[in-house]
Write a protein that binds this ligand. Structure first.
Ligand SMILES: [Zn+2]
Length: 244
């Protein structure tokens, strides 16, 4: 059984190594992160996938990577720490998204309340699919295919995961001060999906880009300056299943 003692022994080893390697040396007097990251609390989603260095990611986690409950933390990251990137990162296999697609009568009321933020997005994706002739038809016509065969339910949840990221970014862009940071070029809002289910990439823990500053059109995203000169990144990382 894993006990607190195990964790403290791990911590002994970690802190000894971090001290001898001087890992905190340059950040003793302050933090200068590159990214304010809003992502899911899921223990499989780790910041290390984006940066190994301590102090580079100002991280905010909650179930379903929702913006609303953490606006103060986000404001600290972008307004005080001035991170040039605000990233909203969903992930494949998200339990919060899965739960949002179900009737949750027996769930704890606090969890139901948290998932209420995602439920309207589920309904929006369902409406979009009805307009496109249903999920099977949508999948058939989709240009981007999951790299591993997935069930229709998982496909649907992946669409909701993307829509949930898009929705958080739209909500952020409704705020005038955040819009100013984006339009003045001081900050970029990036929507991403972290994948360990081989849907976007067969490399576990890979991060795909699905939205930049509200732009969700993959062809337009690929042409953005931020990717200029890096065709491998564009080819492998700019992809999404949900097309509006
Ligand atoms: Zn999750």
């Amino acid at each position: 059984m894993i006990t607190l003692i195990d964790k403290l022994m791990h911590n002994d080893k970690y802190s000894a190594e971090a001290t001898s390697a001087g890992k905190y040396r340059d950040i003793l007097d302050g933090q200068h992160p590159d990214i304010t990251l809003v992502t899911c609390s899921d223990s499989r989603v780790i910041e290390k996938a984006l940066d190994d260095e301590i102090g580079k990611i100002f991280s905010i986690k909650n179930i379903g990577n929702r913006v609303e409950p953490n606006l103060g933390s986000i404001e600290y990251g972008i307004g005080h720490l001035h991170t040039p990137i605000l990233m909203i990162m969903g992930h494949t296999g998200c339990g919060a998204v899965h739960a949002s697609t179900l009737e949750l009568k027996d769930e704890h009321h606090r969890i139901i309340k948290s998932l209420d933020f995602i439920k309207p997005t589920v309904a929006e994706v369902q409406k979009l699919l009805i307009r496109r002739g249903g999920l099977s038809q949508y999948i058939k016509e989709s240009k981007t295919k999951p790299l591993t065969p997935i069930s229709e339910q998982v496909y649907f949840e992946t669409l909701v995961t993307e829509a949930n990221v898009d929705k958080q970014i739209d909500n952020l862009l409704n705020d005038a001060s955040i819009r100013n940071l984006v339009y003045s070029g001081k900050m970029m809002i990036v929507g991403a999906i972290y994948d360990f289910k081989d849907i976007y990439s067969t490399s576990k823990g890979s991060v795909s880009i699905i939205n930049i500053n509200g732009e969700t059109d993959v062809e337009k995203l690929k042409k953005l300056d931020v990717f200029a000169g890096n065709s491998t990144i564009v080819l492998n990382r700019v992809k999404r299943l949900l097309v509006y």
